[in-house]
Design a binder for this molecule. Structure first.
Ligand code: ADP
Length: 346
């Protein structure tokens, strides 16, 4: 209790009947009710929770209710509490103790934190847009300099300009990934989900990467009989799925120097799975844990040389989540990797 009084967040302790047993001073202040007045009242009479759209949640939508019912801990930054008539975004934690039956609910005001995040991602987004114009011009001039029809340069000059051209293109990819990450952070990336067959989208992605794979001598194949095209309906945004598949296929080609890349499609009652499997460098377990984080890249020669932003898998996962799906990864160092995009059937 002493600790609860000292922490910089609202703390409530609920008895086994989910009634308020204790509230610290900050919780009282935020909820506008003294501990004595709140004691014995049901948690939902004291703590009014709203979702991102500022709608007050009914008990069946309320994650506190769910956590208390299932005795499973819950943490989220997606909710607000009603405080003196205003909605305050909070970092919410519900920690039920199945043994004693008591539960602890904590909530910390994160309005300032969100404002800082918002202005940071707006800055990134604006800066990336502004920088894109001069960079596109640079890419154009470099292409002209490298084109024998428009310029004359010696071999050494060509080598150096070629390198500059590659770096400018890499910068372009970084900007477009940064803009996408800022959009996703701000909830401004629009996903229009439509019921459609996943098979042709996968086929098209494979076709897009055939030349890149062939150039490296890699065999890019689709598992199963070539003439068999079963339909797999899902609720998806076709562009978003294509972006995800492009990322998985590009990585598979980039991080494989010999062998093959196999794409397969399968489904059970609930989900459709697209698997991209390669015979490449693989990912050590310590890296595998982190590869879906923003900017994370394994620290080895081939990864450094191949180049990339470290944002691809982060963006792919966010896109999958927006379609109620997920991406999983398995890998054996030195043997290869298998990435799976899972999407619910529709
Ligand atoms: P990027 O490829 O631009 O670095 P990603 O977010 O797409 O960024 O991937 C993050 C990291 O995961 C890569 O840098 C690499 O270390 C690892 N990785 C991803 N896909 C593969 C793969 N198919 N084989 C080996 N390593 C991979």
């Amino acid at each position: 209790m002493l600790v609860a009084r000292a922490v910089p967040e609202g703390v409530m302790i609920l008895n086994p009947a989910n009634n308020v047993y204790f509230m610290n001073a900050l919780a009282s202040r935020m909820l506008g009710m003294s501990t004595d007045d709140a004691r014995g009242l049901n948690v939902h009479s004291v703590l009014h929770l709203a979702n991102k759209n500022a709608e007050i949640l009914s008990p069946d939508q309320n994650p506190i209710e769910r956590a208390l019912g299932t005795k499973q801990p819950f943490a989220s930054k997606d909710y607000s509490v009603l405080s003196a008539g205003a909605k305050v975004a909070v970092s919410l934690v519900v920690a039920p103790d199945p043994q004693s039956g008591y539960s602890v609910v904590t909530f910390r005001d994160i309005e300032n934190e969100l404002r800082v995040q918002e202005s940071a991602s707006e800055l990134i987004s604006v800066a990336s847009h502004e920088l894109r114009t001069p960079m596109t011009a640079m890419e154009g001039y470099l292409s002209l300099a490298l084109n024998p029809a428009t310029a004359t340069i010696d071999e050494r000059g060509r080598e150096l300009l070629d390198k500059a051209h590659k770096e400018v293109r890499r910068l372009g990819e970084l900007f477009s990934d940064l803009i996408d990450a800022a959009k996703i952070n701000d909830g401004k990336m629009i996903f229009t989900l439509t019921r459609m067959d996943l098979t042709p989208i996968v086929e098209e992605a494979i076709q897009r990467f055939r030349p890149m794979a062939q150039k490296k001598g890699l065999n890019l194949v689709k598992a199963g009989a070539a003439n068999l095209m079963p339909t797999y309906f899902t609720n998806i945004d076709a562009n978003a799925v294509s972006e995800v598949l492009d990322n998985l296929l590009e990585n598979a080609v980039k991080y494989t120097s010999k062998g093959s890349i196999t794409v397969s499609l399968a489904a059970d009652d609930k989900n459709v799975r697209v698997t991209v499997e390669d015979t490449g460098i693989g990912i050590p377990p310590d890296d595998l844990r982190h590869i879906f984080e923003k900017f994370y890249r394994a620290d080895n020669g081939m990864v450094r040389e191949a180049g990339g932003t470290g944002l691809g898998l982060y963006l792919a996962t966010e896109r999958a989540k927006a379609m109620h799906g997920a991406i999983t990864a398995e890998s054996m160092e030195g043997k290869g990797s298998r990435f799976t995009l899972v999407l619910p059937r529709a």
